[in-house]
Design a protein around this ligand. Structure first.
Ligand code: PFF
Ligand code: NA
Length: 448
């Protein structure tokens, strides 16, 4: 079967960046940075992105391009006799769990679009925004409905195959998001008391750092780059043989990192200017951003626009997540696309319910100190993505072999790859060892 390749280089870049850039950058990065004490955590995160995330992204791209297959097929093609394809199953499971709570957060964004557009949001005093946020997500009907709407929107796009259309939209809208981030950054940085926020972001205090934070930084570098899930691998299968994979991976990584850092520069100066708590958790952007919009001319307009753009960035990520699961269901169970999408989406919604209720009705139900949402987030971001990453490293480093990978990366010598020695070392030794150490530590095995 002949596979299409992306029409343009910009197409694959947009698709990969569309999957990468999302709530991970604008919602999650600021909130875990706040929780883990700021600058020292960011440094560890940047090291994880460059030393582990980027090489793993290159490996996924190249594995996909070489085998011209999806996550399950790629492993089967290179190693048909061993059960490596099971890592494709694991990726699907991870996508499933991530999607269930990611759509909930996107649902919160939806709630905020409406409130921003009607001017309600800018009418609330900064000091009351925390309670306001909690009253919204602590509800039952609205958060469930909003999660449902996000799932339905994602499903419609995945069924009707208008992903390409979405991509075209995004090429226009994502630069608008970037422009708006720059604008907000200026507003936030010029607030009185903003300098404490800059200090928080750039003046590292390593005494705050725990192995738990290192694990979180590593897990987030996979989450934010959409790694360990077979998504980048699948996109790799559409890249032209003559394309320079290294450049592509670097561009996606830089775009993703820049957006995250900018989000940090919007949030933290404002957090300190308004005396908010940086470590307050998942509500951080929902409480901080409206306070910034209040202080801007046309705050209602900018607020509504900004939440809408974040919502769209989130949708391009949910599409990529749902696509992994749906194409898995189509291939494994021989289902039609429409039927598979409806079944999977229904299951996603059912799994989203405990996450949604974690902030309201069921907020008292905890297992070992974590709510359902807490567990889903921890399991995926801190455990499953790391395991997915290790599997890719071992597979490329030891089963397929970095020699073969490098031949494919350079398009059989067409491109120079000066750091190939370093790349080999990272994929074969450094990345798997680092991931393993941190995983063992997080599960408590090493600390005993
Ligand atoms: N990378 C996305 C973000 O940062 O929002 C989230 C994500 C999408 C994670 C797709 C994993 C994934 F496979
Ligand atoms: Na991201």
């Amino acid at each position: 079967m002949k596979r299409d390749t992306f029409g343009s280089r910009l197409g694959i870049l947009a698709a990969a960046a569309g999957s990468a850039i999302g709530l991970g950058n604008i919602w999650k990065f600021p909130y875990i940075t706040g929780k883990n004490g700021g600058a020292a955590f960011i440094l560890v995160y940047l090291v994880c992105i460059t030393l582990i995330g980027l090489p793993v992204m290159v490996s996924e791209f190249v594995l996909g391009r070489k085998t011209q297959a999806n996550a399950v097929g790629a492993f089967k093609k290179i190693e048909p006799r061993k059960p490596w394809f099971l890592s494709g199953y694991l990726a699907t499971l991870t996508a499933f769990i991530i999607l269930s709570y990611y759509t909930m957060i996107a649902g919160w964004i939806l709630s905020y679009i409406g409130r921003a557009a009607t001017g309600k949001l800018v009418s609330i005093e900064a000091a009351n925004l925390g309670a306001y946020f909690e009253s919204i997500i602590g509800g039952t009907f609205e958060p469930l409905l909003c999660t449902f709407v996000i799932i339905v929107l994602t499903a419609i796009i995945v069924i009707s195959g208008i992903k390409d259309g979405v991509e075209k939209y995004c090429k226009i809208l994502m630069p608008v998001l970037l422009g708006l981030l720059i604008l907000l950054m200026f507003r936030s940085l010029t607030l009185e008391g903003a300098s404490k926020g800059i200090e928080f972001l750039f003046k590292p205090d390593f005494s705050q750092l725990t192995t738990q934070s290192v694990l979180e930084a590593l897990g987030h570098s996979f989450f934010t780059l959409s790694l360990g899930m077979g998504i980048i691998l699948t996109y790799g299968s559409y890249i032209d043989k003559n394309e320079n994979i290294i450049n592509l991976a670097i561009q996606v990584t830089i775009a993703d990192t820049v957006i995250a850092l900018m989000a940090g520069l919007v949030i933290f100066p404002a957090v300190f200017a308004y005396g908010l708590e940086p470590g307050q958790g998942a509500g951080l952007i929902f409480i901080t951003l409206p306070a910034v919009f209040r202080e801007m001319p046309f705050g209602t307009f900018f607020g509504a626009l900004f939440f809408t753009l974040i919502g769209i960035a989130a949708l391009t990520s949910t599409i990529s997540l749902l696509e992994v699961i749906v194409s898995f269901a189509i291939e494994e169970f021989n289902m039609h696309r429409k039927k598979a999408t409806i079944l999977v989406s229904t299951a996603i919604f059912l799994l989203a319910i405990p996450s949604v209720l974690s902030f309201g009705l069921w907020s008292n139900i905890t297992i070992l100190g974590k709510t359902f949402f807490g567990w889903f987030d921890f399991l995926t971001s801190n455990v499953l993505l790391a395991v997915g990453g290790i599997l890719v490293c071992i597979f490329v480093g030891w089963v397929w072999g970095t020699k073969n990978a490098i031949a494919e990366i350079t398009s059989d010598g067409q491109y120079q790859f000066k750091q190939q020695g370093l790349y080999s070392f990272i994929i074969r030794f450094l990345a798997p060892a680092a991931i393993l150490l941190i995983l063992l530590n997080s599960t408590g095995i090493l600390s005993k």
